[in-house]
Design a protein around this ligand. Structure first.
Ligand SMILES: Nc1ncnc2c1ncn2[C@@H]1O[C@H](COP(=O)(O)OP(=O)(O)O)[C@@H](O)[C@H]1O
Ligand SMILES: [Mg+2]
Length: 252
C-alpha cells in the first residue's frame, strides 16, 4: 500500500543548526496521527516540511506516492493537503455561513463560478450548513468572522479546512491559546466534524493530552529533532521517556 505521507531521512537545519534530523516517517491513508514533544523538538518544522513551507535540507517528502520535496505549498494544497490557520481563507467581512460556503466551494476544485454555484450546486450549500451544525457554529451563522471570539474563530477555521475535503488535513495546535473550557468544546466539535470524514488522513501537533486521546489513534513523540517513540496514545503517554521529557522540561 502506498503511504499517504512519507518522510525519507528528512532533515532541516536553520543556518546550519539542525531542527529535524534524518526522520523516517510513514503515515497511512486514513490514519490519525498526533505529533507531540517538548518545545523546540522540531514538531512545527516537520509539519512545515509536509505542508511545503519548509524545504528539507536533506532527504525527501512523499505525498500519495509522489516525490513532492520540491513542490511549493500552494501546489501541495491543490494536490489535496489542507491546513488550518491560513488566515487568507477566513474572510473577516463575511459571516460564518459565507466563510464555510466559500470553503466548501474551494473543496469542489472544479473552477465553478461563485454565483453559478449558489444556484446550481445546492450540495455545496448543504455541506456548508452541515459542517456549521457539526462544528456547533449554527448559533453564530450570521456573525461576521471578524467579530468572533478566539475559540469560535479557530473552530471556524478548522471547519473550513474540513469542508474543503482534503486528502490530508494538517492541524497545528488546534486548541493552542484557548482557555480550558473553550479547548474542551473545540475538541468535541472537531471530533464531531472529523467523525463524518473517516477517509481523511489527519496529522496534528498538540500538547493537550485530551486532544490527543480524543482525536489521535497513533502518537509520535519527538525530541531534539528526532522521533523517539511511535505507537498508540496509551503506549506513548505511559512511557517513561514521555514522562521524563514532560516533567523534566515542560510541555510545549
Ligand atoms: N525559522 C527559524 N529560524 C531559525 N531557527 C528555527 C526556526 N524555526 C524553528 N527553529 C529552531 O528549530 C528547532 C525546532 O523548532 P520547532 O520546529 O519550532 O519545534 P517545536 O514546534 O517542536 O517547538 C528549535 O531549536 C527552534 O529554535
Ligand atoms: Mg511548534
Amino acid at each position: 500500500m502506498t503511504a499517504m505521507v512519507e518522510l525519507r531521512a528528512a532533515s532541516k537545519a536553520y543556518q546550519g543548526v539542525p531542527a529535524v534530523q534524518a526522520v523516517d516517517l510513514e503515515v497511512q491513508r486514513g490514519e490519525r496521527l498526533a505529533i507531540i514533544g517538548p518545545n523546540g523538538a522540531g514538531k512545527s518544522t516537520l509539519f512545515g516540511m509536509i505542508a511545503g513551507e519548509h524545504r528539507p535540507t536533506e532527504g525527501s517528502v512523499w505525498f500519495n506516492g509522489k516525490d513532492v520535496t520540491t513542490h511549493h505549498s500552494s501546489r501541495r494544497a491543490r494536490a489535496g493537503i489542507s491546513r488550518t490557520f491560513q488566515v487568507a481563507r477566513l474572510m473577516p467581512t463575511m459571516t460564518v455561513r459565507e466563510n464555510l460556503f466559500l470553503a466548501a466551494l474551494t473543496g469542489q476544485r472544479q473552477g465553478i463560478r461563485f454565483w453559478d454555484a449558489l444556484s446550481t450546486r445546492p450540495d455545496v450549500t448543504e455541506e456548508a450548513e452541515a459542517a456549521m451544525v457539526a462544528a456547533g457554529l449554527a448559533d453564530l451563522s450570521d456573525v461576521l468572522a471578524s467579530s468572533l471570539a478566539q475559540g469560535a474563530r479557530k473552530t471556524l477555521e478548522m471547519a473550513m479546512a474540513v469542508v474543503q475535503k482534503p486528502t490530508l488535513l494538517l492541524l497545528d495546535e488546534p486548541t493552542a491559546g484557548m482557555g480550558y473550557d473553550d479547548a474542551r468544546i473545540a475538541t468535541k466539535q472537531l471530533g464531531a466534524l472529523l467523525e463524518e470524514r473517516r477517509e481523511m488522513t489527519i496529522i496534528l501537533t498538540a500538547h493537550d493530552m485530551e486532544v490527543i486521546h480524543s482525536l489521535a489513534e497513533r502518537v509520535v513523540l519527538m525530541a531534539n529533532g528526532k522521533v523517539v517513540l511511535d505507537g498508540s496514545p496509551q503506549y506513548v503517554a505511559d512511557h517513561a521517556v514521555t514522562k521524563e521529557l514532560y516533567l523534566g522540561r515542560g510541555a510545549s
